[in-house]
Design a binder for this molecule. Structure first.
Ligand code: ZN
Ligand code: ZN
Ligand code: ZN
Length: 764
């Protein structure tokens, strides 16, 4: 008898059924399982089911254990293993490991993967002159390519995608059907013979060039300073050479975007390092399969047009993710401004004729293709802050990845609020948050909301029992929710939604102390909330403390003109006798004071965002804004490093609520300005004040309740000095601090929070 045979016979042979849930379909998972099983000498099979991937593997116990470790640790980059369970089965007689046919049975929780950046293998083939896909802009495999944006319905299979109209050639089909091929069941699989192609037109839609010639012509246009509309993965971009100042300025003018920073795409990491000071964590984010825009500190000297991100100390930078981007950045300029192709606040364009119609006055030419984009998705935006990567705008590359919830619950829909809106379905122990939908103030934008509600509900087959919406009666999302028949409707207070979102994202059931520092949210008392410390959980909350309500002269007009807000706060702080301050010069202060005296159109707000605006304006910061929170952002960037003392503040108990009086703070800031202090000093001292103030309120809340867990949420926490400062301070005081990572800290988390409050409501 052969010794090897003897060893095999004596080994303990077992058969395991391994069920894996998560994002494991459409990401090259079955070929990976097949390779690992063969490498570990196992027999059995792997199949896709509605629940995920189910493996039956047979072999020696130690080999099985090593196989499971490999599944967990070496899974394809885009796979997300949420749950892995093992059951013992009786042994069977078999001689190989095979990839079985998909089983469609069972409720679909397996889902559609997010869109994936071009992988290293495809990139090699793409630039290999001997490869049949050399420079073919639609190259992909199971490890990369479009997914969510080309998929109409589940199961994720070619007939359900916009690739359905392209019949695979024999060579592509052979790859698609070969279980050991990297393109096995790669749904968008294509080649120059059978797949989509490119063409370039002028602004009138006249054809200029096709296929390879279209790429060459587009690169030449970009080098010459043209504005090009490029059809990408989740929509059209407007692209210009980022080093061409005239071109960047012309783009800003045409698009009606005056100063808000523009995102850029660079040829490779080496080029990115010339423009940004990147940490290893930021480089890993740039290079990830999601390929987001990363907000990273600018290099002090660089060759970009100063109009790319004026006044900002960070750049929004990304690497090429579609094959087409790689081509253009290799042929044309090596750094492009890449901004969503829309007029300000409208949804991104996805359709060829729609693009010509809507962008004809902006773009000089249009690089289009015939692989339809079915779902709009903007580029995602992330940064690395306080030891973790944190998403600011969650879209392409992340959506529709589910969020795993701590427990089971009812099927619900959260429709969000008005700004930076998303929608969220939850069912069982999962939640799906939609891509960023933007500001839903116009009917065009609102049609994107309707589209997404229908699409997400269809692909995950969720029939909600409850629809949760904002308290604000005038929001389009509130009105839509109230029109839905046959479901429970629940109004959720905006900041309670922030708290619930932060708790649920961290799998913490509460209760906790929620520090919610925000711009605007409708309170149950009819005033605008936004500087809140809440005590609560998913089910309920009470307002433990808040900033004292202050007047906003002109309402939204004050949000756009922080000098008005500053004047309003001074008016209250000085009992109606406003002192002379440099920031009021050149403004019609008299009219605003008259409004304040008569209380005309001066809604009261406890918003923390407005407190930042007011202090920044009084200190001499930007009086009016060109994009959201511009004054506060620049004020934060101005903060000096000298450690001056905090400004005074006052906490006043009123019934069972703690009021943070800001009068002493405003007066101290005004006196310091009159004493000749510069912006850097006031900014540094104000940020320090904010950290001390909110820490003190949390200490009071902890003393009153015994709670030691603090949740941070709200758009003001995008201020990194405040976020990291308060987090450190609270941790040093022994608190457990919960913060967002996967979901935005801004209103992008509201729909998820509403859904979580809705589920708690259904539990009662
Ligand atoms: Zn690939
Ligand atoms: Zn082909
Ligand atoms: Zn908010």
């Amino acid at each position: 008898m052969q010794p090897t045979k003897l060893t095999f016979d004596l080994g303990m042979e077992l058969r395991w059924q391994i069920t894996i849930r998560g994002v494991v379909q459409g990401v090259g998972f079955r070929p990976f399982v097949h390779r690992e099983a063969v490498a570990h000498g196992l027999t059995g099979q792997v199949v896709n089911t509605g629940q995920g991937v189910v493996i039956e593997a047979q072999g020696e116990e130690t080999a099985l254990a090593r196989f499971v470790t490999a599944l967990r640790e070496q899974a394809p980059a885009a796979a997300v293993i949420q749950e892995l369970t093992i059951l013992s089965l009786p042994l069977v007689t078999e001689s190989a490991f095979v990839i079985g046919h998909s089983v469609a049975a069972g409720p679909p929780s397996a889902g559609i993967p997010a869109d994936l950046a071009l992988c290293a293998d495809c990139q090699r083939e793409f630039f290999d002159p001997t490869d049949r896909r050399f420079r073919y802009p639609f190259i992909n495999c199971t490890n990369c390519g479009p997914r969510y944006t080309i998929t109409r319905a589940i199961p994720y299979d070619r007939p359900q995608t916009s690739m359905a109209t392209f019949a695979m050639c024999d060579q592509c089909r052979a790859e698609y059907e070969n279980p050991t091929d990297r393109r096995f069941h790669a749904q968008p699989n294509a080649c120059p013979v059978c797949g989509p192609h490119l063409w370039l037109t002028d602004a009138q839609g006249q054809l200029l060039a096709e296929k390879e010639a279209a790429v060459v012509a587009t690169a030449a246009q970009l080098r010459a300073g043209a504005i090009v509309a490029l059809k990408g993965i989740g929509g059209f971009h407007l692209a210009v050479d980022a080093t061409n100042h005239e071109a960047v300025q012309r783009l800003r003018q045409c698009k009606g975007r005056e100063e808000k920073p523009l995102a850029i795409m660079v040829r490779d990491l080496a080029r990115a390092r010339q423009l940004c000071q990147l940490t290893a964590a930021e480089e890993a984010l740039l290079d990830s399969a999601a390929a987001p825009i990363v907000l990273a500190p600018k290099q002090p000297a660089h060759d970009l047009s100063p109009a790319v991100a004026p006044g900002s100390d960070r750049l929004g930078i990304m690497l090429p993710y579609a094959p087409l981007h790689h081509l253009l950045l290799a042929e044309g300029p090596d750094v492009l401004v890449m901004t969503s192709a829309n007029l300000s606040e409208e949804p991104i364009c996805i359709d060829n004729s729609e693009a010509l119609q809507r962008l004809g006055a902006i773009a000089d030419c249009f690089l289009c293709h015939d692989r339809d984009i079915l779902i709009r998705a903007d580029d995602s935006v992330v940064w690395h802050l306080a030891g973790a990567s944190r998403v600011i705008r969650r879209s392409r590359g992340y959506v529709p990845r589910p969020l795993r919830l701590a427990g089971e619950g009812a099927a619900v829909l959260g429709v969000g609020g008005e700004l930076k809106d998303t929608v969220c379905y939850a069912k069982g122990d999962q939640a799906w948050v939609s891509q960023h939908l933007g500001d839903l103030k116009t009917l065009t934008a609102f049609s994107f909301f309707r589209e997404t509600v229908a699409h997400l509900g269809r692909i995950y087959q969720v029939t909600p029992e409850l629809v949760a919406h904002d308290l604000h009666p005038a929001y389009l999302t509130t009105q839509w929710a109230r029109e839905q028949a046959g479901v429970v409707q629940l109004a959720v207070q905006h900041h309670h939604a922030h708290l619930a979102a932060c708790l649920a994202e961290n799998h913490y059931d509460g209760p906790a102390i929620g520090v919610i520092l925000d711009g605007t949210g409708f309170g149950p008392d009819g005033t605008i909330w936004g500087g809140e410390v809440l005590i609560g959980d998913r089910g309920s909350f009470r307002r433990f403390a808040h900033l004292a309500p202050m007047p906003l002269p002109g309402g939204d007009a004050a949000v756009a003109a922080p000098w008005r807000t500053g004047l309003g706060y001074l008016y209250v702080a000085y009992d109606g006798v406003v002192p002379e301050l440099p920031f009021l010069q050149g403004h019609d202060a008299g009219t605003i004071v008259a409004m304040l005296q008569r209380g005309i159109n001066c809604p009261a707000t406890s918003s923390c965002g407005r407190l930042f605006d007011a202090v920044a304006a009084i200190a001499g910061g930007r009086p009016t804004i060109r994009y959201e929170a511009q004054t506060a952002i620049e004020f934060m960037q101005a903060a000096g490093t000298l450690a001056g003392p905090a400004f005074p503040f006052e906490l006043v108990a009123e019934h069972d609520t703690l009021i943070v009086e800001v009068g002493p703070l405003i007066r101290a800031v005004a006196e310091t300005v009159r004493g000749g202090a510069i912006l850097a000093e006031i900014s540094q001292r104000f940020h320090r004040t904010m950290v001390e103030l909110w820490c003190e309120v949390v200490q009071r809340a902890a003393a009153a309740t015994g709670l030691r867990v603090v949740a941070l949420s709200g758009g003001v926490f995008q201020n990194q000095l405040l976020f990291t400062g308060l987090m450190k301070r609270l941790q040093a005081a022994g608190f457990t601090v919960l913060a967002h990572r996967e979901l935005p800290v801004n209103d992008g988390c509201i729909a998820f929070g509403q859904a979580m409050v809705g589920r708690a409501y259904m539990e009662r």
